[in-house]
Design a protein around this ligand. Structure first.
Ligand SMILES: Nc1nc(=O)c2c([nH]1)NC[C@@H]1CN(c3ccc(C(=O)N[C@@H](CCC(=O)O)C(=O)O)cc3)C=[N+]21
Length: 304
């Protein structure tokens, strides 16, 4: 038995793995069914436009993955691969065109953008009802005040995993490490809305380890590989690892590691997401979910 209040664990304790990959596959199946029903009702297929500027190989892989999964979910995918030297005016003109295009229900600009392009200005140019990343100021503000909004895909994916694992989270102490607009801040707001007591640790936090040790729910999104060690984790806690860093191993292969030192954490946590196979697949599944939500917003005026 593992729970967040147990103070000692048997020496052979192993956290249970949170299967994001499997959960995401089930989600995509449900989305596919909903997309078909949406098509029956409106004669419209939800369409997602993904814009990638520059040729970062890792981003190209993600963007291709998104396109394949969009098709599998029965939706249309429109890829826009723009050269590194694209001007902000050109990018804004493309977004304007996609905003007005009735075949496009969701628009995503892959981040980070090359130097010279202002990610905030570009993201804000996307119509709020097509902003499937939920990163524009309207959606971010609506989330902050508790109105319905398009929710950033990664924190939404983490929330769905936590709800599935834990159910009611009221009164639990959730600690989020990382305060980015992309993950940490919206994650903290979502956990607050679940009734958690939420702490946010960031670069200036004095003793992040001591704070983390108080967490019943620990979400780590720092981009700093294996930052969180086994002794940062309260025995039995639920750990969500958002980080993904690609490293080269001694035998010349590459491997993905998270922001949590997994081998240590698995001996202490009650439940933990692996990397890969944890949060990453949920991010893409939530992008598809948001695209369908956006299409409903545009054709039905709400996403019920
Ligand atoms: N506007 C914007 N929205 C994003 O959501 C966004 C972005 N920009 N820029 C880059 C990051 C990164 N990201 C990932 C999505 C899926 C996996 C994923 O599926 N990961 C697999 C492994 C994939 C592999 O093997 O490389 C896993 O964790 O199991 C990872 C990372 C979305 N991002």
């Amino acid at each position: 038995m593992t729970n967040a209040s147990s103070s000692s664990l048997p020496s052979d304790h192993q956290a249970s793995l949170i299967d994001g990959k499997g959960f995401a596959a089930k989600m995509r199946q449900h989305i596919r069914e909903d997309v078909l029903a949406f098509h029956e009702k409106h004669g419209v297929t939800p369409g997602l436009a993904v814009i990638l500027v520059g040729n970062d190989p890792a981003s190209e892989v993600y963007v291709r993955n998104k396109a394949v999964q969009t098709h599998h979910a029965g939706m249309r995918s429109f890829m826009h691969m723009l050269p590194e030297n694209t001007s902000e005016a050109e990018l804004l003109a493309l977004i304007d065109r996609l905003n007005k295009d009735p075949e496009i229900h969701g628009i995503l600009v892959q981040l980070p953008l090359p130097n010279g392009l202002d990610g905030r200005r570009v993201t804000n140019a996307i119509l709020p009802e097509k902003d499937v990343d939920g990163l524009g100021e309207i959606n971010a503000g609506r989330l902050a005040v508790g109105l319905p909004s398009l929710i950033p895909c990664t924190p939404l994916g983490c929330l769905l995993l936590l709800r599935d694992q834990l159910g009611d989270m009221k009164g639990q102490h959730a600690v989020v490490i990382g305060a980015s607009n992309l993950v940490g801040k919206p994650m903290a707001l979502l956990l607050l809305a679940e009734g958690c007591t939420v702490s946010i640790a960031h670069i200036h936090t004095r003793d992040t380890a001591a704070l983390a040790r108080q967490a019943d729910i620990l979400v780590v999104a720092t981009g700093c590989r294996e930052l969180v060690r086994g002794d940062w984790i309260k025995p039995g806690a639920t750990v969500i690892d958002v980080g993904i860093t690609r490293i080269k191993t001694d035998d010349g292969k590459t491997r993905l590691v998270g922001d949590v030192a997994f081998d240590e954490a698995v001996k202490v946590a009650g439940r933990i997401t692996p990397v890969p196979g944890g949060v990453g697949p949920m991010t893409i599944a939530c992008l598809l979910k948001n695209t369908l939500t956006a299409a409903k917003l545009q054709l039905e005026g709400s996403a019920e």
